[in-house]
Design a protein around this ligand. Structure first.
Ligand code: HPA
Ligand code: ZN
Length: 336
C-alpha cells in the first residue's frame, strides 16, 4: 500500500483506551495552566512540550497528576470531553470508551455533581458531533483498597448513563492487582465490565492476576504477555483482547522503538489486538497515527488494518446492533 492514510481515515474507528485527563489538548492544557498558575504546569507552549517529555513511567504519572489537579468544576470536565469528541470526530472515530478516575477528582476537591454534570453535558455534545461516548470508571491503584472501595461505591451509587466498565490504572510496580478483587467482583455482579491495566510496566504475572483475580474481559496494554508463551496461548484461546497503545509505551520509555514493540509478536501470535492512544496529546499521538505506525512498521495491508478496526468494534461494549453497523461499514471498505 503506497500511502495508507486515506484508508485509515475512512475506517470507522473505535477507541477503547483513552484517559479523559490525558486527552486534554495542548491548547486546553495551556488555558487551564494560565487559570491555575500554582499548578506547576507551564503556561508557555514550548515549555509545555518539554514538560511532556517523559523520563520514565513514574515521571509521566507525576505530569498527568499535575494536569489533573487543575480541573475544578463541570466547565473544565465539559471542556475536556467536548475537546476529545471534536478530535475523535475529526479522525472518523465513531465510539470511544473513556476512562475517568472519579476518586482523584473528588480527592482534588471537585464536587461529585460537578464531575457528573460535566461528563453528561460533554457526552451530549459528543453525540451531536457523531461520536458516542461510554465511560470506564477506574481505580487509581496507588491509593490502595480505599480507592477501590470508594470508586466502586461511587460507580454503583451514581451509575451515570454510558458507564460500561470498571478499571484499574496508575502504577503497577508495588500495586498487586489481587488486592482489588472484591471491588471487581461486585462491579461485575452489577453488570460493569472488567478492564484493568496490566502488563504495561510489569511482567506477565500481572496480566495473569488481572485475568484470574479481576476477571479481565480486556487487558489495558498487556504488552508483556509476549514474555510468557502460556499466557499468550491463554489470551488467544479465550479471545481476551489487548488494548495496545504503542506510542504511549515509547513515550514512557517502556519500549525502545516501534520496531521492537511487542505488537508485532502479538499480531503474529493471533492475539486480539486493538490499537489505542492512552493519553494522546501528552504522547503526541492520535488514533490514526497509531494505525499508521503499526501498518508501516509491521507491513499491514488494508485487510490487516480493517481487522484491527473490526477487533476494536467486537472488543467494545457497544450493543450487537451498533457493532453490526460498524462491522458492515468496515467490510464495505475492503470489498470495494
Ligand atoms: N497506565 C496507568 N495509568 C494511567 C495511564 C496508563 O497508561 N495513563 C493515565 N493513567
Ligand atoms: Zn492507560
Amino acid at each position: 500500500m503506497s500511502d495508507p492514510r486515506a484508508f485509515i481515515h475512512a475506517l470507522p474507528k473505535v477507541e477503547l483506551h483513552v484517559h479523559l485527563v490525558g486527552s486534554a489538548g495542548v491548547d486546553t492544557v495551556l488555558a487551564l495552566a494560565r487559570r491555575h498558575p500554582g499548578s506547576g504546569v507551564p503556561t508557555d507552549r514550548a515549555e509545555l512540550a518539554r514538560f511532556f517529555e517523559f523520563r520514565d513511567f513514574p515521571h509521566f504519572l507525576k505530569v498527568y497528576w499535575a494536569v489533573q489537579s487543575m480541573l475544578v468544576d463541570r466547565h473544565d470536565i465539559r471542556t475536556l470531553v467536548t475537546g476529545l469528541a471534536r478530535e475523535l470526530a475529526r479522525q472518523n472515530v465513531r465510539y470511544a470508551e473513556v476512562t475517568v478516575t472519579p476518586y482523584n477528582h473528588l480527592l482534588d476537591g471537585m464536587p461529585a455533581d460537578e464531575l457528573l454534570t460535566g461528563l453528561a453535558e460533554g457526552r451530549a455534545t459528543a453525540t451531536d458531533l457523531g461520536v458516542s461516548l461510554a465511560w470506564c470508571f477506574d481505580i487509581p491503584g496507588e491509593k490502595g483498597p480505599e480507592a477501590g472501595r470508594e470508586t466502586l461505591a461511587f460507580a454503583l451509587r451514581e451509575r451515570p448513563e454510558g458507564l460500561v466498565s470498571f478499571g484499574l490504572g496508575g502504577p503497577e510496580v508495588g500495586v498487586p492487582r489481587a488486592q482489588f478483587t472484591p471491588y471487581f467482583d461486585q462491579a461485575r455482579e452489577a453488570g460493569l465490565h472488567s478492564v484493568p491495566h496490566a502488563g504495561e510496566t510489569t511482567g506477565p504475572e500481572t496480566i495473569w492476576s488481572a485475568v484470574r483475580d479481576l476477571g479481565a474481559e480486556r487487558v489495558g496494554h498487556g504488552t508483556s504477555a509476549t514474555e510468557d508463551p502460556a499466557l499468550l496461548t491463554h489470551l488467544v484461546e479465550h479471545g481476551i483482547p489487548l488494548e495496545v497503545c504503542p506510542t504511549s509505551n515509547l513515550r514512557t520509555r517502556q519500549v525502545e522503538s516501534i520496531e521492537k514493540h511487542p505488537v508485532g509478536l502479538l499480531l503474529a501470535a493471533g492475539a486480539v489486538v486493538t490499537l489505542n492512544t492512552d493519553d494522546p496529546p501528552m504522547f503526541g499521538t492520535t488514533l490514526e497515527a497509531e494505525y499508521l505506525a503499526v501498518a508501516t512498521t509491521f507491513g499491514l495491508d488494508p485487510a490487516g488494518l480493517a481487522r484491527l478496526a473490526s477487533n476494536a468494534v467486537r472488543a467494545s461494549f457497544l450493543d450487537a446492533a451498533a457493532q453490526a453497523t460498524l462491522l458492515a461499514e468496515i467490510a464495505t471498505l475492503t470489498t470495494e
